[in-house]
Design a protein around this ligand. Structure first.
Ligand SMILES: [Zn+2]
Length: 145
């Protein structure tokens, strides 16, 4: 990741934490940088392994605390698939997830404004969604991998 992007993420993190009256700690910063640097929807265990390369003594409990804070601040989102551990996604633009049941890989599927509008149009009158989650499960063409 370039220095510029690192600085940009650092500022985003600082600003979001500040809005909640929280400090930007080394642990929070490291967890956030880890998630944005490889957008592959890691689990808390994946994140622990990656963060330990920089902070060898960090515990899983601290990772969970940091993740909770980052979710609270709206910097990352939780992604849940049936019967698998929660994953984390830093992509805040409207998107669906596609999980390949052969490789377990999760892809971000960008949703344009019209698709989001179409999705919301299925809601009955009087139902106002602030948020939605859309997940596909299936297989992908080998050439994509
Ligand atoms: Zn995602």
């Amino acid at each position: 990741m370039s220095i510029d992007r690192k600085v940009k993420h650092k500022l985003e993190l600082h600003k979001a934490l500040q809005q909640k009256g929280l400090r930007s700690t080394k642990q929070r910063s490291c967890v956030y940088q880890t998630i944005v640097s490889k957008q592959d929807h890691p689990t808390a265990d994946d994140i622990l392994l990656r963060v330990r390369k920089k902070l060898p003594s960090i515990s899983l409990a601290t990772i969970y605390n940091c993740l909770e804070t980052l979710v609270d601040c709206g910097l990352i989102k939780q992604v849940n698939f049936d019967r698998s551990p929660t994953r984390f996604c830093p992509n805040l633009t409207p998107h669906a997830h596609f999980k390949c049941n052969q490789t377990g890989q999760i892809f971000d599927i960008t949703l344009d404004k019209d698709s989001v509008k179409d999705l919301k149009s299925v809601l009955p009158k009087g139902f106002k969604a602030q948020n939605f989650e859309l997940s596909f499960l299936g297989s992908t063409d080998q050439s994509l991998n």
